[in-house]
Design a protein around this ligand. Sequence first.
Ligand SMILES: NC(=O)c1ccc[n+]([C@@H]2O[C@H](COP(=O)([O-])OP(=O)(O)OC[C@H]3O[C@@H](n4cnc5c(N)ncnc54)[C@H](O)[C@@H]3O)[C@@H](O)[C@H]2O)c1
Length: 1590
Amino acid sequence: MDTVPDILKVSILGRESIHCGFHLIPYIAHTVLTTLPASVYVLVTDTNVAQFYLSAFEKAFSAEISKLSSAKPRFLSRVIFPGETTKSREGKADIEDFLLLERCTRDTVILALGGGVIGDLVGFVAATFMRGVRFVQIPTTLLAMVDSSVGGKTAIDTPAGKNLIGAFWQPEYIFIDAAFLESLPEREFSNGMAEVVKTAAIWDETEFTSLESNAQLIYNAIRTPSTGNAGRHISTRSTSQSLLLSVIRGSIYVKSHIVTIDERETGLRNLVNFGHTIGHAIEAVLTPHMLHGECVSIGMIFEAEVSRAMGILKQVAVGRLVRCLRAYGLPVSLADQRVTRCPGARGLGVDRLLDIMRVDKKNSGPQKKVVILSSIGATYEQKATAVDDALIAKVLSEAVTVKVDLSTTSGIQHVKMATPGSKSISNRALVLAALAQGTCRLKNLLHSDDTQVMMAALQELKGASFAWEDGGETLVVTGGAGSLEVPTAGKEIYLGNAGTAARFLTTVCSLVSPSAAPDAGTATIITGNARMKQRPIGPLVDALRANGSEITYNESEGCLPLSIAPKGLQGGVIRLAASVSSQYVSSILLCAPYAREAVTLELVGGAVISQPYIDMTIAMMRTFGVLVTRDPGTDVYRIPQGTYVNPAQYAIESDASSATYPLAIAAITGTKCTLENIGSESLQGDARFAVDVLARMGCEVVQTANETTVTGPKRGELKAIGEVDMEPMTDAFLTACALAAVAQGGEGNTTRILGIANQRVKECNRIKAMIDQLAKFGVQTKELDDGLEVYGCPFNTLTRGASVHCYDDHRVAMAFSVLGTVVPDTIIEEKRCVEKTWPNWWDDLENKIGLKVGGIELPRAEGSNTATSGTPSPAASASVILIGMRGSGKSHIGKLASAALSRQFIDADIYFETKHNIGVREFVSVNGWPAFRAAETELLKEIIQKAGTGHVISMGGGIVETPQARDVLKDYAKTGPVVHVLRDIEEIVNYLGDETARPAYGEPITEVFKRREPWFIECANYDFVNHITVGDSEATNSEISRFFKHITGQPNLSENVAAGKRSYFVALTYPDVIPALRHMSDLTTGVDAVELRVDLLRAHNALGAIPSQAYVTAQLAALRRATSLPIIFTVRTISQGGAFPDNSERDAFELLALALRLGVEYIDVEISASERLITELAARKGFSQIIASWHDWSGKMKWNEDVVRSKYTLASRFGDIVKIVGKADTLQDNFVLHDFVAKANLQRGAKPIIAINMGVEGQMSRILNATLSPVTHPLLPSKAAPGQLSFAQIQKALNLLGQLPAKRYFLFGNPIAHSMSPTLHNTGFEVLGLPHTYELLETASVGEELKATLAAPDFGGASVTIPFKLDVIPLLDKLSPAAEAIGAVNTIIPVIEEGNRILYGDNTDWLGIRESIRSRAPSIGAPAAALVIGAGGTARAAIFALQSLGAQRIYLFNRTASKAQALVDAFPDAPVKLIETLDVWPAEGPAPTVIVSTVPASATTTDGTSPGAVLLPLALFDATANGVVVDMAYKPAETPLLTLAKSAAPKWARVMGVEVLLEQGYVQFETWTGRRCPKHVVSKSVLEKYFAAA
Ligand SMILES: NC(=O)c1ccc[n+]([C@@H]2O[C@H](COP(=O)([O-])OP(=O)(O)OC[C@H]3O[C@@H](n4cnc5c(N)ncnc54)[C@H](O)[C@@H]3O)[C@@H](O)[C@H]2O)c1
């Protein structure tokens, strides 16, 4: 064979059967055919893999077969559905039937080409077919390569669980072709990396270290296509490819080694289950939304934490594991957004997880077993270790409590410990030790991203070597004495987002010299992630360039990546601007001794920032043998030439802020604590805490140069110290507060802590946090301008069991755990927030300080119904920023949006004026525009920082004028919504007129508009069209509410797109939809969505077939004014049956992107389009949903052929909804379609599917299709597709097919003969084509007849009216909250709950009242005052309605005051006030703007002619504003109240009782049928009948 590749072989069970390499397809065909002779070869794969590789296999086999001289064997292939659901009994039978049909015999060889699903399934088929045939594994996912293909385990799933039926069956060969990974989705690659990292973690530290530092390089191998079979031979293999292959081989090697020793899984093989005990439990809850490897990744961290809590594994190792898994894109905690967004995430309770773990195969009896790591690369035992449930529970729980035993007063306990190393000192020590000569043992190094990438980089530059001792506690650095070499060509040094590393290494890399190696590069390249590529490095590069270094920016000016030529550092005078970061200064200082000339470093450009850090660098350089001098009184430093000398050992000083906690624990509990590595010589401000605070509080403090010992006074005897200035140690003030809470003495037990104002803008507002949380203990405080006062209490009087919220701030958590050591049962709610600086704090409390810590599971908050709930994710809670031209309506829309979202509104102009104490206009005239723009940009940053979530923010029109502000906006738009408010420029000009409140432009507005418009578009990710002046205010309000809810995660999607329900849409096939809008209510009868066929839109006089963006925007805006239904945005191409040109894909996608910007709910995307464009669009879809569609117009597509499966798979990948349209020639074609849909729906996580056949023969498929069936309407200009039926036609057909049984609905009451309800509902049923009926059931009482009606199987629901609204309640199973509150039921709905039919009572009367008020007078909003007349059941509904509208006061008038008082008592939370007369309004309140009368018309009078009736005075309409008057009396149409309103308050809206009846009836109709009531037709026929009878 001419293409013999270079192969790495691994042996398993004594045979070298695993062959690894790149581009192996011809090799596989050759090897299989020549070494495994057979009469037939069957390759089984799935549709995803087939599209990439099947034809290459077919070709290779046919080429090899043609070379055979003997009888030619057959080569067959079988393509099946991808995904776990295929790994089933049915899936196995399907392949077996295929083999039998093809008359395969015992000498068959089966090849499994695919991921683990294919390998497991096909392996099992091979194990049992003809009692076992030979098979070959060709894994195509990383998981399959390193795990599932190796070991011979095969299996299928059953409904009872995964992998329950299977066999051990070893493949003849396993061919690992790493080139397959290039087509694998990255998420699947990461999924496999979890296994790779796991294997290294239990077995091989060297391999783990390589994984830690090479993530970027490994990804390069799969991201860069290896064209021309690159990599097949070692000579053409890239560094990345070699590394990838070696990683895969390493992992396989371990697995095959373990399998060889322990084939049938007894003890050793359990080790590969590291992370799986907990990971499997998580997977069981989250599947199929999270992948196996992702769950195992989280499981590994939890299990490592179990080992750490047992005192076996060091935090260093846990930290390395976390960072390594993260580097491969894997989640490491349950707080990861990928987890919290899963629908099942709420089920991740500790008890649930433990319960699932009970059935793990590894358990011995009730004891759970976990693989315990002892260090990276080694396990504690050669098998899984038994662990107590309590320990696992503690690790899993999110909150903790420090257990206190106040009865112990035993002698002084002495704790000696070191606290985590200081981050700044760790970073410096690492560079110094690496640049020095000799070996240094670094102790107490803080492991962080910075230290990790720094070590990797220094190794890459051959500048030093590193080794770990003491399980990672000590880092042994062998320094290179400043010799550094340029790395291999093409190898970049990747720094992630590690800022300190980037700054220090920039100068380090300038020290590099050329390398003698043949493949050495010409420059050192340092790069980072996207965030790093935005962080500034300019001043440092400028200084080095000026000194002669050759540094180029590879991408953007002023940021990484950098190319640094290996020229060495020149030295002499170096000038550096040091007002931005002291790290630039430290970077040069650290490297300066190695320059060719002694360095004089002059700091220029204003005040030097953070001098203490510069002093720290200089002090540490001295320890490593280089003495820096500073010219007195200047910022000039002189650094001599020299080589650092490594001290034998260097103990990194503890982080001084962390040190305050154990010392404070000694202080508060009356014990003794000695901290190593921190003492009087420390350069950190917080190191003074012991002397300046603890000693004054009564502790004995002994401090040596680098050790501190604190002995507390007897418990309860800490002294309050009056006042303390904590400016030099601000971070320690939280610890001081915790102690002050129990400190006594002085004036009022007061401790006044000052100098800490900056703590208001740390992780949270820490001053407020301490005040609020101390209050939970009963501790009083007072906030001061730059601090707070704490009034101490005896510790044993503090409230026990307080649950401390930590604001995700490590310092709050640790400070309150100090207080928790003397207040029993204190709960610290978010234990993980300590991870920022002291990840093993809770373990150290237990293992080093000797306290007991327990896990606590907090009750989970239930979802609330307020507008701000919905699907919370950070992006959903992100504040909305509005930008747009001045006068475009930002403030107005912003206020309405914030009301709709229940958020706070910020107007940047007002914010500006409050902040600067001067109006915008004056500011500009005093300081000029540039100063204003700069201040405005700062303001924008400040608002984002302080109000980045939960707000609606309106920015000034000119915010886009500077590039800086545009960058801030664009950056924000990556995760949060920036909305461009669009308004016609003519309208703006008219609106602004000669307004003077804001600074004048000084140029025509239209010019300003031209300049800014592109910037608005560039900065915003959404557009909102302001049509305030066009639409009526109800439509405008509802569109504002819809749009802003959409972009904040509460999209207006159809509830009927759900399993078990049916949904429909109507397609608007107009060139211009505007003339059709008046028919919209008819056109949309019954449907759930409206499709806008954008490809059919044509502006009058427009040329060409592509509608302009502006036209489409205007059409959509117009459509929104006419319907509140969700919109489907479709650009159908000609080849898919539409009118959009096929060769204009870009234009089509620009229109689709426009739809995203406009917040369209559903976007139809044709899967025949370019995959890249689809992927890009899908990545930006926000809260819109994608309908991924495929239409076959050829009529050749058959639903039972592979092509449909592959279209389906592709569409499922991109779409939230799949749409496949074929064509039927016979009725039979519809059955095949139906069968396909049924099977597809069986797959786990299956997407909703729209599947229909066109043509008259296909009508049946339209009837049976459940999701978004397209329907037509007689009013449409043309059917959107042949064979379309109307909504009503489909309902009738469904009824005939037995899919929609007729239901009977009733009105219960007495007397009801004249009720309008039958007309209302029966008209609705008829218009929608529903087979139901609505009848009157007039009975004397709630008796047997009524009970029998409720029990009948065809009972659909009932309305209930007087006098049964209360009496019917005992017959019902459950009441809605509204019915409970009102105390009456007017609607009965039979519902299925947990498999049982129950009767549910609701009350829609209040909704009728509320809707009547809202729709007639939307501007009223929350009325300042409202009046209810009467005190019966309807009055209750009225009060409930007004309360829900937010009425600030509700006057209640009734002739019998005692009855009214009962009503007031029934609504304790409502602002109801009894009034005794209607003639005057209470002095403190205004006259009402909403009046609801609930008494019969005959009981009211305007002239006193009816004795005993309520006299209605003119004073009712005293309010100056306009209002609404609702008379619930049903007859006559015009009651005395409405007549009076007509003359006394002609501008008020008047609502008749029958109108309220209609409104509540619409709601009933919709709850019963799941369909919107066709209001237009229904109201017409009800009102006609009502007035005819009147
Ligand atoms: N037998 C064992 O020892 C063992 C061990 C671990 C896991 N498993 C089993 O493995 C299965 C999971 O395997 P998996 O993660 O490989 O999932 P998978 O087989 O479902 O593959 C993942 C996805 O990637 C697609 N795909 C595969 N290769 C591709 C390629 N090269 N390019 C593009 N797409 C590609 C597949 O079609 C599929 O959609 C589970 O059923 C699990 O139980 C078995």
